[in-house]
Design a protein around this ligand. Sequence first.
Ligand code: AMP
Length: 280
Amino acid sequence: MILATTVNDVKEQVKVWRALGLSVGLVPTMGYLHEGHQSLIKRAVEENDRVVVSVFVNPIQFAPNEDLESYPRDLDADCRLCQETGAAMVFHPEPSEMYAEDFTTFVDMTGVTKELCGKSRPTHFRGVCTVVNKLFNIVTPDRAYFGQKDAQQLAVIRRMVRDLNMNLEIVGCPIIREADGLAKSSRNTYLSDEERKAALVLSKAIFAGEKLIKDGEQDGEKVLAAMREIIEAEPLARIDYVEMVKWDSIEIYHRADVPVLVAIAVYIGKTRLIDNFIAE
Ligand code: AMP
């Protein structure tokens, strides 16, 4: 497996693959890889001749008060996981390789970025869209893989690709969970033992909401109230949002009679965790 740190090295290698007529898949990540990321890489390896995994903690998607500095990093372990899973290349650039000092071009969106995480983190998706756009231009993949764990991000990227006529397919992959239900996340490492237990309210609320809709409840207010009650019973939990939106447009919509995304963001102590389900 190749470890590339410069844009030029990636472009040169992709050129070689293209000359051989090989297809290329891309899995963008911020590293500290776990089985959630690995499921994306596996799927990409199944569907493409060569797979590039980017490992880049993208500074411009973090607000000044967020966890850019403390975000967990372990490149050696990430490379081992990528190699074992069949990736052909890890792309791990320094921030200065991606952003020149006089970098001034951003990809911004409206609408789909207005609610949920876009509301709590107003500059987040501009950073995500910009870096994903750059990665698409550097790797020129046939397919790129994103987890439903970050459901709004998946919707945002799909919309960006459609709106800007980008030449690739976006593949969404299901949420991978710990045995007890907690969605796998690099940020779970921030949790103390006590917080780890408390964090189970997220998946409990998600499963309860999902079951209510499956059993026929269409009233979004009732579903959201039941979910809030579960989370509020946990003293270490503080709700950022518990919301229901249309899955394609991410507009607030409180009736489960069209495909809806029910998404939550909850602070457990200082750690902000997200989870969701889609009811179609
Ligand atoms: P991150 O490194 O957190 O930026 O995540 C990189 C990619 O992996 C994103 O597309 C995430 O949605 C996806 N991902 C992260 N955690 C999970 C999970 N538990 N299940 C499925 N996909 C995930």
